[in-house]
Design a protein around this ligand. Structure first.
Ligand SMILES: Cc1ncc(C[n+]2csc(CCOP(=O)(O)OP(=O)(O)O)c2C)c(N)n1
Ligand code: SF4
Length: 306
């Protein structure tokens, strides 16, 4: 679907209390356009939940259940069970959770809901930090990144959340980026067309948390894909495919751009370059990406999650 053909109906109104230009809300707005008004949103504690609950105002034009940080998945199971009991089978149940509410404290309730076969879409908007509470590190924060709890750079690599979800053998798992909005929109529509549990993860550059000028948000997201820091992929019933630029990289049609182009534009990585280059950390980042892309190649060639 081309941007000019998107539905005109707005289910997220302007004037929400996010930072200006936040692509969390842009992605949510597009997601709700793709799903339509028959959608119930479950929102665990996060930036989005704070925006949603600024009583007496709310930008949401669909019902929203503001939920405890850990409980996105279990709340969705409850909503889906209630809808089932009422014979309502055409309502989308959407969990919209940050990476803290997905990779970390929300992982057990997400895993349980998937294992129960809940008919829902879980979307992790991954800004790679706990932004709402002041930029703490999460299991999604990349190696080397500054946060308020990793002053000299995170020393661990991020969790392989896509791998964890594919290991659940669920019907649909996909990654997307608001810098490639048509691909994101298509994947939400696809998820809505499939019964059972679906997991999507969106890469969400966060200007205040990653320390870059807000107007560069879409460019930073695009660079993440072009350098291979964020692959675009989907797995339907275990069959893995890479999309757009990520597919071209795997097929050898284009090379990954140097990762430093991505890192240098973000203040959270500034200590890797000043006062002097941290060659050891930069080499570790390169090595991690090389290993990841070898793994992606195997996944794409096998065509199944391994
Ligand atoms: C059990 C519990 N611990 C801590 C908090 C405080 N808290 C609210 S939002 C949040 C961070 C959420 O991070 P994430 O899920 O990544 O979403 P983001 O803030 O980045 O949008 C924390 C720690 C809470 N609400 N509940
Ligand atoms: S802190 Fe980041 S994720 Fe939160 S509203 Fe601002 S830009 Fe969006």
């Amino acid at each position: 679907m081309a941007i000019k053909d998107l539905p005109r109906e707005e289910l997220m109104l302007p004037g929400a209390g996010s930072c200006p230009g936040c692509v969390d809300l842009l992605s949510l707005r597009m997601t709700l356009k793709a799903l339509g008004p028959k959608t119930i949103v479950v929102s665990p504690a996060s930036c989005t939940a704070s925006i949603a609950t600024s009583y007496p105002n709310s930008p949401f034009q669909v019902p929203l259940l503001s939920m405890a940080f850990a409980a996105g998945g279990s709340a969705a199971s409850g909503v889906a069970a209630a809808l089932n009991r009422m014979g309502e089978d055409d309502v989308n149940v959407l969990v919209w959770a940050g990476d803290g509410g997905t990779y970390d404290i929300g992982l057990q309730s997400l895993s349980g809901a998937v294992e129960r076969g809940t008919n829902f879409i879980f979307i992790c908007y991954n800004n790679e930090i706990y932004s709402n509470t002041g930029i703490q590190r999460s299991g999604a924060t990349p190696f080397g990144a500054w946060t308020t709890t990793t002053w000299t750079g995170k020393v661990e690599q991020r969790k392989d959340m896509m791998g964890i979800m594919m290991a659940h053998r669920m019907p649909y798992v996909a990654s997307a980026s608001p810098s490639y909005i048509e691909d994101l929109y298509r994947k939400v529509q696809k998820a809505a067309s499939i019964k059972g549990p679906k997991y999507l993860e969106f890469h969400i550059p966060c200007a205040p948390g990653w320390r870059f000028p807000m107007e560069r948000t879409i460019d930073v997201g695009r660079l993440a894909v072009e350098t291979g820091a964020w692959p675009l992929m989907e797995a339907e019933n275990g069959k893995v495919e890479f999309n757009l630029r990520s597919k071209q990289i795997l097929e050898g049609k284009v090379a990954r751009k140097p990762i430093e182009e991505y890192l240098k534009g973000q203040g959270r990585f500034a200590h890797l370059f000043k006062p002097e280059r941290d060659e050891k950390a930069l080499a570790a980042i390169e090595q991690y990406l090389d290993d990841e892309w070898k793994r992606y190649k195997t996944l794409a060639e096998c065509g199944v999650s391994v």
